[in-house]
Every structure is written in structure tokens, then in C-alpha cells.
Design a binder for this molecule. Structure first.
Ligand SMILES: NC(=O)C1=CN([C@@H]2O[C@H](COP(=O)(O)OP(=O)(O)OC[C@H]3O[C@@H](n4cnc5c(N)ncnc54)[C@H](O)[C@@H]3O)[C@@H](O)[C@H]2O)[C@@H](O)CC1
Ligand SMILES: Nc1ncnc2c1ncn2[C@@H]1O[C@H](COP(=O)(O)OP(=O)(O)O)[C@@H](O)[C@H]1O
Ligand SMILES: [Mg+2]
Length: 286
């Protein structure tokens, strides 16, 4: 399959600057579902990244033990807690988000698997599934059919091999991932160096990013960025392309200032403003 490189001009055709008259009610409501005891950092990073990617409202759905952490670290986010103390057990909420991201830090316990299954049976929104959400799907392959059309999956190579199996070469793995995306009508973000994106019919290769991103939590941040873009009404493939490009661009912009070693996942969020500004064709309108 022909590979299209995601250049700045390709991305500039996707990016839509905010309407000056917009308000938080029209900027999209992103719901991020994740976390467990010892892994609240993952969903906190996703939530923060969504807020810094233009979502008008962001809600976190987390196990009860994360309540104070979330409310303290990210006062801009709203929080709904699960009945489960350390892990998710029953994903129920009364809000109507425009997009949902699920998976970072949730673990794969029985109770979590059950809650995830019940969630999948009901969900009808634009969706991103990452991390342990993908690992659970790998164990329960028949749940893949419950994913809404154009759901975005964001596996790293290990998560991908759990999902579609091991192959002799990266090329074979990519070919099979493309087939998987086509068969299940999903968008796959094949994270790596570089990241590829496919909807099963076309394949895109990202051109941003560097080794500074090789640090825990940068994938959790990507989940928050893409979910926020979906919530703002970007089509799934566009949200994946724009999100992946901006995510890598933060590391490229940071590199001369931070170097590789110093850079952490929070720095992706810190440089998101500069990344958005550098793809804008003109300064933000008043
Ligand atoms: N601060 C936090 O709370 C963090 C929580 N995290 C959560 O921890 C859980 C486990 O996620 P992990 O991804 O760490 O565990 P996994 O077991 O899914 O993946 C780690 C394995 O994948 C391999 N791998 C990763 N990227 C690779 C690449 N580009 N090429 C080849 N191999 C690669 C690693 O070598 C390692 O063997 C998830 O729920 C995740 O969301 C992580 O996101 C890290 C940060
Ligand atoms: N050497 C690298 N060059 C470019 N991007 C990288 C590199 N290493 C990691 N990344 C990016 O960092 C992110 C890591 O995601 P992931 O493995 O899910 O991390 P975590 O689960 O810890 O948040 C992916 O977007 C991946 O493409
Ligand atoms: Mg990850």
C-alpha cells in the first residue's frame, strides 16, 4: 500500500483554528476513563493533555482512590468516581460527552474487564482505546465487534502484537495491522519511531517526534490529545493524524531546549501551545 507522509502542509489542511465566538459548550466535552491505584498518573496526564488541546470541558472517570489526586493536580477538570476504590468496577455516568478515551492505567483485573465489557456494550460515541483497554481486547477478541465504527486504537508494538499476533518482520506486522483495521472498520495508530496511521484503506507515516518521547506517560498524553480533537468534531482519521503530528512536534520543538534526557511526558503538554502555534497559518484571531 502507498504510504503518505504527514507533512506540515497536509496537517495544515486538517487543522481548524477556533472560531472567535466559540465557548466551552461548543469546544467539545472530552471524557477520559482510566487510572488505578499506583497508576493515577497515566489518566491525569491524559486529562491534562485534553485540556491543553482545545476541549471546552474535560471530565475524568476514575477509581475512587484518585479523587483527590485529580482534583488537586488538574483543577480545570471535572471528576466522576467509580464505586471501586483501587480499580474501575462500574462505568456509569450521566454526562453526554462528545468523545471518550479509555484505557490508560486501568489494569486487567476481572472486575475491570467486566466494567470495560459493559461500557463497550453501551458506548455510541467517538472513542479512543489505549493501553490496558487494548490488552483486555487482546484477551477477549469477540469484544472488538462492540467498538463503534472508526474507533481509534493506539497500540505500541507490544500491544499490537498482543492484539494481532507476532510476525516475522515489522513490514508483515504493518500489513496485518492494515488488514485488521479494514476488517473491523477501525483506525489504528501504530505507535513507534515513526508512528503510522491507517484506516485499512490508506497508510500515513508521521514525520515528527524523536527519542525524547521514549519515556513513560507520553502515550497517555497522546490519548488525551486525540480524544480532545475528536470531541471538537474532527473526523476520526483527521483527529489521529493531527494528534500524532502535534504530539511529535512538541518533542521536536523542545529538543534544542531540553535535550533528550530531561524531557518527560509533562513536557509534551508544556510544548503543545507552541506546537499548535507552529501549524497555524496566521496568529489566533481575536
Ligand atoms: N504514570 C503512570 O501511571 C503510567 C502508567 N502507565 C500504564 O501502565 C500500564 C502498562 O503499560 P506499559 O505500556 O508500560 O506496559 P506493556 O507491558 O503493555 O508494554 C511494555 C512492553 O512493551 C515494550 N515496548 C513498548 N514500546 C515499544 C516499542 N516502541 N518497541 C518495542 N517494544 C516496545 C516494552 O519494551 C515492554 O516490554 C498501562 O495501563 C499504562 O497506561 C504507563 O503509561 C506509564 C506511565
Ligand atoms: N524513539 C522514538 N521516536 C519517536 N517517538 C517515540 C519514540 N519512542 C517513543 N515514542 C512515542 O512515544 C509514545 C509512547 O507511547 P506508549 O508506549 O504508549 O507510552 P506510555 O504507555 O508510557 O504512555 C508513542 O507515541 C511513541 O510513538
Ligand atoms: Mg501506553
Amino acid at each position: 500500500m502507498k504510504t503518505t507522509r504527514l507533512t506540515k502542509s497536509h496537517i495544515q489542511k486538517i487543522y481548524r483554528p477556533a472560531n472567535p465566538k466559540t465557548h466551552k459548550g461548543t469546544q467539545g466535552h472530552a471524557l477520559l476513563i482510566g487510572g488505578s491505584y499506583g497508576k493515577m498518573g497515566s489518566i491525569t496526564l491524559s486529562v491534562k493533555a485534553a485540556l491543553h488541546s482545545g476541549a471546552g470541558l474535560v471530565t475524568a472517570f476514575i477509581p475512587e482512590c484518585g479523587y483527590q489526586i485529580l482534583q488537586t493536580v488538574v483543577p480545570e477538570a471535572m471528576v466522576i468516581t467509580d464505586m471501586g476504590h483501587k480499580h474501575l468496577s462500574n462505568i456509569q455516568y450521566e454526562i453526554e460527552p462528545n468523545a471518550i478515551g479509555i484505557g490508560p492505567g486501568i489494569g486487567q483485573e476481572q472486575g475491570v474487564q467486566h466494567a470495560f465489557h459493559e461500557f463497550l456494550r453501551r458506548v455510541r460515541k467517538p472513542l479512543v482505546v489505549d493501553a490496558d483497554g487494548l490488552n483486555i481486547l487482546s484477551q477477549k477478541k469477540d469484544w472488538i465487534s462492540l467498538l463503534p465504527k472508526n474507533t481509534i486504537l493506539t497500540p505500541h508494538p507490544k500491544e499490537l502484537s498482543r492484539l494481532i499476533g507476532e510476525f516475522a518482520s515489522e513490514e508483515d506486522s504493518k500489513e496485518n495491522a492494515i488488514r485488521f483495521a479494514r476488517q473491523h472498520k477501525l483506525i489504528l495508530v501504530l505507535k513507534g519511531a515513526p508512528t503510522f496511521i491507517t484506516d485499512g484503506n490508506s497508510l500515513f507515516q508521521n514525520t515528527t517526534g524523536n527519542a525524547a518521547l521514549a519515556t513513560g506517560g507520553t502515550g497517555d498524553v497522546l490519548t488525551g490529545i486525540i480524544t480532545a480533537l475528536l470531541a471538537q468534531g474532527y473526523e476520526a482519521l483527521d483527529a489521529a493524524k493531527l494528534g500524532v503530528y502535534l504530539h511529535g512536534l512538541t518533542a521536536d520543538l523542545a529538543l534544542p531546549e531540553t535535550g533528550t534526557e530531561y524531557f518527560v511526558a509533562s513536557d509534551v503538554i508544556r510544548y503543545l501551545g507552541k506546537a499548535f502555534l507552529s501549524i497555524a497559518k496566521s496568529p489566533p484571531r481575536k
